[in-house]
Write a protein that binds this ligand. Sequence first.
Ligand SMILES: NC(=O)c1ccc[n+]([C@@H]2O[C@H](COP(=O)([O-])OP(=O)(O)OC[C@H]3O[C@@H](n4cnc5c(N)ncnc54)[C@H](O)[C@@H]3O)[C@@H](O)[C@H]2O)c1
Length: 437
Amino acid sequence: MRISIIGTGYVGLVSGACFSKLGLNVICVDNDVEKLNRLQRNIIDIYEPGLEELVRRGIDSGKLSFSDDLPNAVNKSDIVFISVGTQGKQNGELDISQVLIASHEIAKAMSGYTLIVTKSTVPVGTGSEIERIFKNIAGKKSFDIASNPEFLREGSAVYDFLNPERIVIGCKNDKVANLLKGLYQGINLGPVFRTNIETAELIKFASNSFLATKITFINEMSILCESVGADIRDLATALKFDKRIGDTYLSPGPGYGGSCLPKDTKALFETAKNHDVQAPLINSVIQANDDRVIQLSRRVTNSFENPEGIRIGVLGTTFKANTDDIRHSPSIYLIRRLIQAGFKINTYDPKGNISTLKSLPEVQVCENAYKAAINCQAIIIMTEWEDFRVLDFNKIGKLMCNKLIFDFRNLLDEKKLLKLGFAYKGVGFKTPERIKE
Ligand SMILES: NC(=O)c1ccc[n+]([C@@H]2O[C@H](COP(=O)([O-])OP(=O)(O)OC[C@H]3O[C@@H](n4cnc5c(N)ncnc54)[C@H](O)[C@@H]3O)[C@@H](O)[C@H]2O)c1
C-alpha cells in the first residue's frame, strides 16, 4: 500500500514518519521546496520529541520520501491524505483554500481508484465540497472521500500518533472504513470510531472546543479563588478525583493558545452562526480567553508605579512546553502588551521560534534564562518548561535588580522562592508574604 500525504507540516510530517514506521510506503508532498530539501538532509524545521529519529529511519529504510511533485506522488498512491494548513480568517471562519487547491490538484493528477482523506481540520460540509470537486474534475475515475481528523498534540505528536486514544473515520462505505483501519494496524490502537463524514468533521471542533472550555473554566475559578482566599491548586486536585470531570486541562494559566484551539473555537462558533444556531457558551469561552492575557498583563503593570523603561524577563514564548510553536502564544500577546505599557523585555525559550520577536527593538532575545534575568525588575513564567523548574534561583536573584516572580503557570516551588527572598505571585491563590532576608 502506498500513500501520499499532501502538506508536510506538524501533522503531515508526523503522520508520514509514523506511517513509514508502520511499514507503509509514504511520499510526503509539500510545495515548499526549501523545506523539502532540508527534510531530505534530515533537517527538520519543527521540534517534536522523537521525530528526527523517525524521519531518519524512514528515509534510510526507503519507506519515507519527500517530493514537490504532487501529480507523480498521487499517481503512485492508493490513498492520499490532505494535511495542509487551515488558518483562521479575520471573521473567525476557517480558510480552507489550501484544502480546495490540493483537492483540485489531486483530482487532476489521479489515474486509478484513489481514496482521498482529509486530516486537516475542516469545517463541516468540506467533505461534500471536496466530493463535488472530484466529481467535476476526475470524470470517470473512481474515488472515495473520507474524513480522518487528527488529534495529536504538539509536544507529544509522535507518541500521540502511535498511541491514539481514538481514531475517527468518517466515510460512506465499509470498503473505505476497512482500508483506513488497515493503515493503523500495528499501532497501540484505541477505539476506531466510524461515523459519517459530517460528524467526523464536527468531532474535531467539538473536542478542541471542550478542551478550551475546561481551560477557561479553571482560569475563571482561579480568579475566584484569589478573591475568596481559596487555593486553585487544591481545588483543581479535588476536581480531578472525579472521573466525570477528568484530570487534564485543569491547570490555571495564561489561557489557551497555539495553532488549533483559538482557531477551532472561533470556527465552531462561526459554523453555528452560519446555521442559525446560538452558541453562547463557545462565544463566552472565546471572549474570556482573549481577556485572560489582558488581566495578567495588568497584574504586571499594576505592580510598578511607572513601567516606562523597566526591564522584565519573560521565560517561555511557546504556547506550551515541548514545542517550538509560538503561533497564537499567550506569551507573545503578553510581551506585546507589556511593550505597549513601556516595559523593556528580555526573553528566553528553550525551543521557541522567536524570529517575530527579534524585529522588536524593545525585546532582547537571550540565550539562556540567566542572561534573561540580568537587570530585570521581575521575571514572568509564561510556559511550563521543566527547564525553568530546575533553574538556580539563587543565581537568578543575584542577577535581577528586584526579586519578583510572576509564575503564571504555577510551575515553581513557591516556598523555596520565598526563602530565597523573592516575592512570588502565582495564579489562583493569595500571594504569601515575602520572607525578609
Ligand atoms: N498542529 C497541530 O497540532 C494540529 C493537530 C491536529 C490537527 N491539525 C490540523 O492539521 C492541519 C495542518 O496543520 P499543521 O500544523 O500541520 O500545518 P502547517 O502549517 O505546519 O503545515 C501545512 C503544510 O502544508 C503545505 N501546503 C500548503 N498547501 C499545499 C499544497 N497545495 N501542496 C503541498 N503542500 C501544501 C505548507 O507548505 C505546509 O508545509 C490544519 O488543518 C490543522 O488545524 C493541526
